[in-house]
Design a protein around this ligand. Structure first.
Ligand SMILES: O=c1ccn([C@@H]2O[C@H](COP(=O)(O)OP(=O)(O)O[C@H]3O[C@H](CO)[C@@H](O)[C@H](O)[C@H]3O)[C@@H](O)[C@H]2O)c(=O)[nH]1
Ligand SMILES: [Mn+2]
Length: 755
């Protein structure tokens, strides 16, 4: 964007944004130094003990001592990973900052010059049955109603589900928008998603009621069609000639995996007006061509198609990417983003402004840690204080130019077609034949063959977390980014409310992150080389996220199993090492709690968060590993399993009450149940030993402490196994299987340890 300087301003212009470094930065740095020192002592001790064991082994050469070497090595491995992850996380704690924006100042400036830049909004959806079209429509309406010149906004909807039902929903939305947009403007609404507005305490004027009726009619029609899975002629009017023509493309042989490109301009800002005569934004439905023989690269592929299609139609300098499950909660958000993107700061090579993911519908204690506060709020502040935060896939405003090669390459990376260049000015109407034919061409499924799309241009391919990966690659190229977290959440999203869905989503993320960690672009090497130590470490901490499963799994199973067999792997209470462990545990947990409370958290939600961290370690990350390596060995292929956004009423009630949802048989739950059982047994064995040999208390105590902690965390699992009768309880099959496997594990350890 071209810098502008208003000639009338002689003194320095009012600020568009400011920031301050959090006061916690200094104590955090000091604490990091102390902690690091303690880690060094720990490893010195570990090494010392290991050498002793090896020496003993070579003198006695019994298998018992090689077993204890193995046990000790496993514990060292767990501690190495913990120390590594702790170190990487520190990057996010060195300089956390908080920003403020002044959208009013920008609005005044832009109004004077009239130079509002164009804004292309990309909304992705992929499955009408998992992502209800009405929710996608609400997302679109909420951004079409932005407090921004309507003719500068273009909303592009990518439908990877290739569904007539979603298409129909948008035909309806285009009609409804003509009423909705002026309504929002006149009433100066802040809630511009109709569903959110009508389900909260809206006004009860005549106009409100009228609008609500209109909305309910539209919703009824769309939901009816979705429920029946068919679109009858009675739902179409004779005036919708063009749309009828487009609908005829859904003929036999048209499947989600195999179909031609469908692009339909549902609203054209140059001719469509709302009921008060105001211009409407552009609204374009895009379903890219699909064929079973080509790879579509999931969401990244969809976003790249939208990048190109929008380039041929509007080519706005600013792009907002949104998931279909996340609506705008504040109409001035584009102005906030522009406070950064517009400002002509020299040397600030700003690629994107990321707003955090906030969610609605979270239950009181957030039992599944859906807030994901560390990922979406805490760490981004830290990275923002360095060179910028990660891209999280939705609620992010990009400078289009950033998708076309590093900021220093001048001229930009050459794109294969002139009209895709970010500087290209589209002179034609979005509906003109020539524009539409180009748009179809760039949406075809083999368009990208032999081009730089996905590697050097656009959203990057090669990871199931295309968002993280794209942000990372852009930052490696030298781009900066900004984290903007205003008081009123800019966007609100849906969350999965069933444990299995949450864990599956996390497993997909884990796999995607491993793809980056085990690639030649591993942040630990490539990242540090490109961005420096701290930024490299911050990205490393994400890429190695699934590594948490190593210490969590080891600590959950190995010490208690050994303990039941009478072998101790943990220090005694009298051992100075014990104090060190207490320091590590209390230190890390306390700091985590402080981080959490300082970003408007509650203690109960923090407790849920740490519990879910343990649960994810034993499930999502562990199985993520397995899937990742199976794929590496060529045994299975990775897929993007779209998160279910449909809410089951019964489940929803249980979620509201704060009960964990097990219900389905899943390997995730087998492992969790195993951990719950093993630690329960260890605890009981410990109690028995203390009762009969009180002098052994010092030896037994640490194991009982850890197992007790695991058990407190496992309470919902015990409940699910034994105390509940509802449909969400732990399936008996899962419990039986877990008991069986624990039996096998016990026998295996006892044979090895006693051999
Ligand atoms: O082939 C695909 C698969 C998914 N999507 C869309 O991608 C978005 C995210 O999918 P979702 O199932 O909601 O995944 P989440 O795990 O909830 O999403 C998080 O993680 C994703 C990366 O795994 C990011 O892309 C998202 O922005 C981020 O919110 C949705 O709008 C989908 O419609 C597509 O367009 N095409
Ligand atoms: Mn989602």
């Amino acid at each position: 964007m071209a810098p502008t300087q208003s000639p009338s301003i002689t003194s320095s212009p009012p600020p568009l944004h400011t920031f301050h470094v959090h006061r916690r930065a200094i104590p955090y740095r000091l604490f990091a130094m102390i902690y690091l020192f303690a880690i060094i002592i720990l490893f010195y001790q570990h090494l010392h003990k290991l050498i002793n064991l090896v020496m003993m082994n070579s003198s006695t050469s019994t298998s018992t001592s090689s077993n204890s070497i193995f046990l000790h090595l496993s514990m060292i491995l767990a501690d190495v990973v913990l120390a590594f992850m702790w170190t990487a996380t520190q990057a996010c704690r060195m300089r956390p900052i908080q920003r403020r924006t002044f959208p009013d100042n920008l609005a005044k400036m832009l109004e004077k010059s009239g130079e509002y830049p164009g804004l292309d909004v990309f909304i992705c959806t992929a499955d009408p049955y998992k992502e209800p079209p009405m929710s996608v429509v609400n997302t679109a309406l909420s951004v079409m109603a932005y407090e921004y010149p309507t003719d500068k906004i273009s909303v592009y909807v990518s439908d990877d589900g290739g569904s007539k039902l979603t298409f129909f929903a948008f035909m309806e939305a285009a009609k409804f928008a003509r009423y909705w947009l002026p309504f929002c403007r006149e009433k100066r609404l802040v809630e511009r998603s109709p569903e959110a507005y009508f389900s909260s305490n809206h006004g009860c004027s005549y106009k409100d009621e009228e609008m609500k009726t209109l909305y309910e009619i539209m919703k009824g029609r769309v939901e009816n069609v979705v429920e029946r899975g068919e679109l009858n002629n009675e739902y179409l009017t004779t005036s919708q000639l063009h749309e009828r023509d487009t609908l005829s493309k859904w003929k036999s042989g048209f499947t989600r995996q195999d179909h031609p490109t469908i692009i339909e301009v549902l609203l054209d800002s140059s001719e469509d007006k709302d009921i008060t005569g105001h211009k409407m934004p552009n609204l374009v439905y895009v379903s890219r061509e699909k064929s079973r023989t080509s790879h579509h690269n999931f969401k990244a592929g969809a976003l790249n198609v939208l990048t190109r299609v929008s380039a041929t139609m509007t080519n706005a300098p600013v792009i907002l990417t949104l998931d279909c499950d996340m609506y705008s909660n504040d109409p001035i958000t584009p102005l906030r983003a522009l406070c950064f993107l517009w400002e002509p700061l020299k040397g600030l090579e700003l690629a994107y402004v990321q707003f955090p993911q906030h969610f609605c519908g979270i239950n009181e204690n957030d039992i599944y840690a859906n807030e994901i506060k560390r990922l979406f709020r805490v760490n981004p502040m830290g990275m923002d204080g360095l060179q910028g935060t990660t891209y999280v896939g939705t609620g992010c405003f990009f400078r289009r130019r950033a998708l076309f090669g590093s900021p220093s390459t001048s001229p930009r990376l050459v794109v294969e077609r002139r009209e895709l260049d970010p500087e290209h000015v589209v002179g034609k109407d979005v509906k003109s034949e020539i524009v539409l034919s180009k748009a179809h061409l760039v949406a075809s499924c083999n368009y990208e063959d032999g081009t730089n799309w996905g590697s050097k241009i656009g959203f990057r391919y090669g990871s199931l977390v295309e968002d993280y990966y794209t942000g990372y690659k852009l930052q490696c190229e030298g781009w900066k980014s900004v984290f903007c977290d205003p008081e009123r959440p800019a966007f609100l999203g849906d969350i999965p409310i069933n444990l299995h869905d949450v864990l599956s989503q996390n497993k997909r993320w884990a796999i995607g992150l491993l793809e980056v960690a085990f690639s030649k672009y591993c942040p630990l090497t490539y990242g540090i080389k490109s961005m420096g130590l701290l930024m490299g470490l911050a990205y490393t901490h994400y890429a190695f996220w699934p590594f948490w499963s190593i210490p969590i799994t080891i600590y959950a199973f190995l010490p208690p199993l050994a303990f039941i067999n009478g072998v101790s792997t943990l220090p005694k209470v009298t051992d100075p090492l014990f104090c060190l462990y207490v320091f590590f545990f209390v230190g890390a947990y306390a700091q985590d709690l402080i981080d959490f409370l300082l970003t408007n958290g509650t203690i109960m939600r923090w407790w849920s968060e740490q519990r879910m961290w343990l649960i994810r370690g034993l499930t999502s990350y562990l199985f993520g590993y397995i899937d990742f390596f199976l794929q590496k060995l060529g045994i299975s292929a990775l897929g993007f399993n779209v998160t279910n956004k449909v809410i089951d009423d019964e489940q929803s009630k249980r979620y509201e009450q704060g009960a964990f949802e097990f219900g389905v048989t899943s390997p995730f739950f087998v492992v969790l149940t195993m951990a719950a059982i093993v630690n329960l047994i260890a605890f009981v064995v410990g109690v028995i030993r203390v009762v009969f040999f009180p002098e052994k208390f010092g030896e037994v105590f640490v194991q009982m402490l850890i197992s007790g902690f695991v058990m407190v965390n496992c309470w919902p699992i015990y409940e699910g196994i034994a105390l509940r009768v509802d449909k969400g309880r732990m399936p008996t099959k899962t419990t039986t299987m877990a008991i069986l496997l624990v039996g096998i594990l016990y026998c295996a350890t006892s044979i090895t340890l006693k051999s």
